[in-house]
Design a protein around this ligand. Structure first.
Ligand code: PNS
Length: 173
């Protein structure tokens, strides 16, 4: 009898990441403790361009993850998450939950993904210190002159301030 081959357990952390926050990074780093490899999937909806392009979101993720071992980043456009997970042979999706509101938003997607291909979702409780941190609130606060230091990596904060200034026509694109 041949010994069973140890198979690599891979998960996918999907999201818009427009832009990545410390909340996202906490979930990705914790997922690496549970799985052999983590694929951070940047899912984009062409109908919702967002503040950063997919390439910019990936750049910011790369800068923020700073070569974290066993983590790779991929862009997914015009495809179901379950099909991407099948293509990369991921055994689960990992998502963070900050609140009951997040759970209400995530549960139908988790159930739909399980319905479609049997893909399981693992929910990690968000770090309570980051409960108030979301990409949309970070963009809103920064856009109205608030300080988002500590909510996103400094490289993201600086790029966000540049982008918002560009949008207001204060700096060259
Ligand atoms: O960061 P977000 O915007 O909350 O992430 C939501 C996302 C991108 C993970 C979700 O919308 C998604 O999985 N989109 C991919 C298309 C898909 O598979 N849709 C069916 C989900 S049940």
């Amino acid at each position: 009898m041949t010994a069973p081959t140890a198979s690599l357990r891979r998960c996918v952390c999907p999201g818009s990441y427009d832009p990545v926050t410390h909340g996202h990074l906490d979930v990705v780093h914790r997922a690496t403790e549970l799985f052999d490899e983590v694929v951070v999937a940047v899912l984009t909806n062409p109908a919702k361009p967002g503040l950063f392009t997919p390439a910019e979101r990936i750049d910011l993720l790369e800068a923020s993850l700073d070569g974290a071992p066993r983590v790779r980043i991929a862009e997914v456009s015009g495809a179901l998450l379950v099909d991407f997970c099948r293509a990369v042979e991921a055994v689960a999706v990992v998502k963070g939950l900050r609140s009951g509101t997040d759970f209400a938003y995530e549960l139908p997607m988790a159930l739909m993904n399980r319905h479609l291909t049997g893909l399981e979702t693992v929910f990690l409780p968000g770090d309570p210190r980051l409960e108030h941190v979301s990409s949309s609130l970070v963009k809103e606060v920064a856009g109205l002159g608030g300080d988002v230091t500590g909510l996103v990596p400094d490289v993201v904060r600086d790029r966000l301030l540049d982008r918002l200034a560009e949008r207001r026509g204060e700096r060259g694109a």
